[in-house]
Design a protein around this ligand. Sequence first.
Ligand code: ATP
Ligand code: MG
Length: 594
Amino acid sequence: MRRSLHFKLMLIMVLLIISLMVVVGAFLMNSVTRYYIDDFYEQMAAAFGQDNVDFVRDLQTATEGETDGAAMVDTVLRAYGGVLGVDGRNRNYYVLDDTGRYLTGSAPQPEGGLTITPNITTAILGEVGFASSAAADYMDAAVPITRGGAHYIVYILDNRATARSLISEMVSLILEALVLGLLISVLLSFLLSKTMVAPLQRLTDAIEDVAEGDFSKELEVTSGDEIGQLTESFNAMAGQLESTIAAVENERNKLDTLFLHMADGVVAFDRTQRVIHSNPAAAQLLGRTFTDRDSYGPLFGDLFAFTEVESAASHLAAERTVDGRYLELLLAPFARANQGGVLVLIHDVTAQRTAEQTRKDFVANVSHELRTPLTNIKSYAETLSEGVGDLPPEMERRFLGVILNESDRMIHILQDLLTLSRFDSGRSELRLSRFSFGQVVDDTYQAIRLDAQNHAHELILQLPPSLPEVVADRERIVQVMMNILSNSIKYTPNGGRIVISAGQEGDKVWMQVDDNGIGIPEGDREHIFERFYRVDKARSRQSGGTGLGLSIAREIMTQHEGDLYLVDKDGPGLIVRMELPVGGPKKGKQNEAR
Ligand code: ATP
Ligand code: MG
């Protein structure tokens, strides 16, 4: 660029100088020629005109009566040589006869004779020949002299050599000036290019840097001219560009982080249906990884055609199950105006679906559990009301006993449900206090002993010599123990053996109940803590169970940051074990004082 601009500058200046010199030269040469011509004819007019009567008269007198009139004319002319400007070299006079033939002159006749010029022809015809021609390379004047029958022509011829030599000198001067001018123009173009091209070059370098993403350089503004303004604008533009790019970069980083950590999966496709972006969540949810070789068709083509998604107004929704997970897919076009493509958002709705199902099951279970006792109450109450006074008192008492029993059962269920709903809504707070864990185990053992005896069970308590005090909600812990124990009594055929043991492990205490009852089949073990879950519904209901006990017990243990689980056991029966942190739940500390 530098060379090109420099070259252009130089070319312009050279052309300028040359054209200037040509114009000036032509004007000068023309002026000089004109000056010489004018001067010649002015001289001639002065010599032969009215003002110089003596000279003409002398000439005419000279020709009169002489035998050699030409010699006389020659003598007069020689005398007036200074007036005519005759020098014998460039300007001569000639005396011609009336036919234009050479008679004599200040110089001998030129070789080949004198040319008969238009002025000589005019003089032959008897007129004064003073016509000038700029085109001719001579100047001449011819004056006819007549006296007493003899005719002569005085012919003055200037070969313009003086003018020519002056002109050639001027040409060489102009050429010298031209060369000097050219040298100056080359020098000036160097200087100009230095002051103009150098800042432009710096700008170019800076623009290249910016194009490569380097915004660190700020150009110094050295002048207030257009280049200075350009530099200033460039600095402003670079600053603006830098902050814009930083903002865009920041935005992209935010988006990248969002993509990386968001729970929803995102897969983006470009116009050619290739994967251009996918996040870890998408890979995890769809159970596969993506590369840029993957395309839309095999992945989501079964849901909607690519073109269908591209032309969608906002988005299209679909569902899919992958590895037992329910996935909701939203397919939407993006940036239709630019390159554009399709974005697939994958949302895991498994938890939602499971929760929905659990809720439905729960409502169905509650309705069912409440209907049975209510139906019983209604039918017994109807029988009683129909046969008032007719029924034997013993039967009436039995019926009323059933009604009371069923009402108790309903109250029991409702209480359990209320407890669970308190847990669910977080309204149930633990009433923490410090008490002896061993004491509580022993108390529960005592409370359940009679019940166990009624079923002819052998109830064994194995307590270590000392157990620490714990911080917990005593009533709730008793509730858990009672449930585990009453289950063992219920689900062990009469005459069974139930062993209660307890102990300490690190900062935890534990209690477990080991029976040799009917146990729980493998497939049911994982569901045993779910609400309303019972292995054998008929048997359980018969023994008054609703399937809520263990789920409440587990909620209580979770609130205490403890645990409740089944322990693997050889042989018949079941081992249920509870664990409790000695120091109480960390989250519930603030309630300890109460
Ligand atoms: P609730 O405790 O509400 O009166 P429930 O005893 O039937 O009713 P859970 O205590 O939650 O309910 O127990 C759930 C189910 O687990 C029982 O229905 C029973 O099938 C099974 N189960 C619990 N403990 C034992 C056990 N020791 N041996 C065999 N099965 C048991
Ligand atoms: Mg129970």
